[in-house]
Design a protein around this ligand. Structure first.
Ligand code: SAM
Length: 218
């Protein structure tokens, strides 16, 4: 292993211990995956060191790769066991997609900005992550052809809960989504149980806008 690769693996370990474990997430499968995936591959080379900071990082096109703790919190909140069919809205850099892909059977991910989706695809292939399908489009409508989903994760802030997403949840399926105004949202977990949708509030958060037919109109 080169000195530089070693340096990044130290940064990753510290990121997990100091930003994630210290805030109470103890899910060993998730922690292992976040210690392994080279998060700096998902940002511009000039920002590589920042990739391990306790904050989001710019990925161009006015978008960000989410803060490591938020990735961990959202993933943990999905309660994944390993055999799930997952839908992600907001591929962005592809980092959250990679974390999910290492934990479940299959991940479908939608991004509205073509350039970001292309870049994410390239990085995922470089890391030999092949249990993913990426597409470009309006994720507020979901991707009904591949559903229903055991878990759906929305990585951009929505003004309201998009009905097309809850209707694509499998029985027992979980949807984690930030909902609120453009400056502050509440992270929600919606679980389909029988004929009901159970709503839990997981805390405050701040995301870029979910833009689309059932999101913000730009
Ligand atoms: N999961 C990402 C990562 O790990 O880098 C974080 C992505 S960023 C916080 C949110 C992404 O959602 C942006 O790339 C944005 O373009 C995308 N987005 C916003 N509205 C969308 C929509 N309706 N459908 C799909 N993607 C959308």
């Amino acid at each position: 292993m080169s000195l530089i690769a070693n340096d990044y693996s130290v940064r990753r370990r510290r990121m997990v211990e100091e930003q994630i474990v210290r805030r109470g997430i103890k899910d060993q499968r998730l922690l292992k995956v976040m210690k392994e995936i080279p998060r700096h591959f998902f940002v511009d080379e000039a920002l590589a060191v920042q990739a391990y900071g306790d904050h989001p990082v710019n990925i161009g096109q006015g978008q960000t790769i989410s803060q490591p703790y938020i990735v961990a919190l959202m993933t943990h909140s999905l309660g994944l066991l390993g055999n799930e069919n997952v839908l992600e809205i907001g591929t962005g850099s592809g980092y959250q997609t990679a974390v999910l892909a290492k934990l479940v059977d299959w991940v479908y991910s939608i991004e509205r900005i073509t350039e970001l989706s292309r870049r994410a695809q390239t990085v995922l292939e470089k890391l030999k992550i092949f249990n993913v399908n990426l597409t470009v489009g309006d994720g507020t409508k979901g991707w009904p052809e591949n559903g229903p989903y055991d878990a759906i994760i929305v990585t951009a802030g929505a003004p309201v809960l998009p009905q097309d997403l809850t209707s694509q949840l499998a029985q027992g399926g979980r949807l984690v989504i930030p909902v609120g105004d453009r400056h502050l949202q509440t992270l929600l977990r919606i679980t389909r149980k029988g004929g009901k949708l159970i709503k839990e509030e997981l805390g405050g958060c701040r995301f870029v806008d979910l833009i689309g037919e059932y999101g913000w109109r730009r």
